[in-house]
Design a protein around this ligand. Structure first.
Ligand SMILES: Cc1ncc(COP(=O)(O)O)c(C=O)c1O
Length: 381
């Protein structure tokens, strides 16, 4: 049979490969980004209750009104912005579906989309599957900041969208108010959209404030901001999130959304709506994960790994150049097979011009005991 693959270069992702290798070698898995601890039992109880009460049929296409209202309240509190739950918030099947839907709704064949590498692995395939052309720009090590002059040079009449991600996976960096102001200036008086991946909005450390596009009135008008309850509620397997965008963009977003999934898991939406009425459910998160970052780094103090400590997300880059000259994918395999810890090599987060950096990404969203065990292995290097 003849057919042309839409994504000819996509095979099994490194996350699947490393997790399988970790299982095979009984290694501690700090590769994939998910907690190895349970979500709040109250959430499970609430979901169970709603299932038992019969809330098991299709939810409204845009999402449960009560949940959208709680999200609007949360954003008013955090980002001092007024959102209309009816026209500006859509509940999605996780952050990934929101990202894909936003790209699919606005990127036409030959449109250019600026992405900053290293980046989350769904952006480029989503752009390509929709006929768009990714324009990758490398973040500047060691801080992984955005080179704004280069962005200015790479803008063209075909630039349709710029994708940003803060706090950042995989580097653990965050964008500052200055970055957002640069983005605002650069896109002013253009038709460029901003897709802002903010799934780690609550996982930010050292007293920093998350710089959401929602804080910036002009930027907000051209932005689709994406969030994930999987990250916020320690329940990545639930695949539920949302997209916030002004009404004209939300209309187009929903035009695709309704034919991609139509609507999202009903009992979870009821449960999360109840749960969010207690803001402490998410205000504890920065401290919770900052303590885990600090513990992990303290446990490897004295090792030959070097690092800039993560300022957000639940990922920590570690540089192993003082330990080995192996390329990063090889070293990641070695670490899994012989040292007993799985991590992700930095190079897989690049589509081109892969840097010759000796850096691996470790996920510290793990029980303290897991971090202790992993650190003990890493200290043996
Ligand atoms: C930067 C980033 N964006 C989006 C997602 C996807 O979120 P979800 O699991 O809700 O689809 C992830 C998950 O790892 C991520 O790291």
């Amino acid at each position: 049979m003849n057919f042309t693959p839409k994504l000819p270069d996509v095979g099994t992702t490194i996350f699947t490969v490393m997790s399988a290798l970790a299982r095979e070698h009984n290694a501690i898995n700090l590769s994939q980004g998910f907690p190895d601890f349970a979500c709040d039992p109250l959430l499970v109880e609430l979901t169970h209750q709603y299932m038992q009460q019969g809330y098991n049929q299709y939810a409204p296409m845009a999402g449960l009104p009560a949940l959208r209202e709680r999200i609007a309240e949360k954003c008013a509190l955090l980002y001092a912005t007024h959102l209309d739950p009816d026209t500006e918030i859509t509940i999605t099947a996780g952050g990934t579906q929101a990202l894909y839907t936003a790209i699919s709704a606005f990127v036409h064949p030959t449109d250019e989309v600026i992405v900053f590498e290293p980046c989350y692995d769904s952006y480029l395939p989503a752009i390509r599957a929709n006929g768009g052309i990714p324009i990758p720009i490398a973040l500047q090590a060691p801080d992984f900041g955005i080179p704004w002059d280069e962005v200015r040079q790479r803008l063209s009449p075909r630039t349709r969208m710029i994708i940003i991600n803060t706090p950042h996976n995989p580097s653990g960096t965050i964008l500052t108010a200055k970055d957002l102001q640069q983005l605002d200036q650069l896109t002013a008086d253009t038709d460029i959209l901003v897709l802002s991946d903010e799934v780690y909005e609550h996982i930010i450390f050292d007293g920093q404030a998350h710089q959401s596009v929602l804080r910036y009135p002009n930027l907000r008008q051209r932005s689709l901001a994406v969030y994930s309850f999987g990250k916020t509620l320690h329940a990545t397997g639930w695949k539920i999130g949302y997209c916030i965008a002004p009404p004209n963009l939300t209309r187009e977003f929903r035009a695709i959304h309704q034919f991609l999934v139509f609507s999202v898991n009903t009992p979870l939406q009821y449960a999360i709506a109840d749960y969010l009425s207690l803001p402490t459910r998410y205000t504890e998160l920065p401290h919770f994960f900052e303590r885990k970052r600090d513990l992990f780094l303290q446990l490897i103090t004295g090792s030959r790994f070097t690092y800039q400590q993560a300022r957000g997300s639940y990922f920590q880059f570690l540089d192993y150049s003082a330990i080995s000259s192996m390329p990063d994918t090889e070293f990641a395999r070695y670490l899994t097979q012989h040292i007993g810890v799985a991590a992700i090599p930095i190079s897989v987060f690049y589509s081109q011009n892969k840097p010759q950096q000796s850096v691996l990404r470790f996920c510290f969203a793990k029980q303290d005991s897991t971090l202790h065990q992993a650190a003990e292995c890493l200290m043996s290097l």
